[in-house]
Design a protein around this ligand. Structure first.
Ligand SMILES: [Zn+2]
Length: 64
């Protein structure tokens, strides 16, 4: 499942694969080259993004 998170440094949206992120895959901001992964300082933000994404999926499911 693909989602985007805001870069913790420059707020540029970074396209990520949430499942890959949970496995420890590192993503790089295309604007400032900040590395984003669950093991970095951005972990809370990433977790929030994943949780928000799951909520969206759940909401969609309820409506359909
Ligand atoms: Zn950035």
């Amino acid at each position: 499942m693909k989602t985007t998170i805001a870069c913790p440094t420059c707020q540029t949206p970074i396209s990520i694969e949430a499942s890959g992120l949970l496995k420890g895959t590192q993503y790089t901001c295309i604007n400032c080259n900040t590395k984003v992964s669950l093991s970095s300082d951005s972990a809370p933000q990433v977790k929030n993004a994943v949780e928000e994404f799951r909520k969206l999926l759940r909401n969609k499911g309820e409506k359909n």
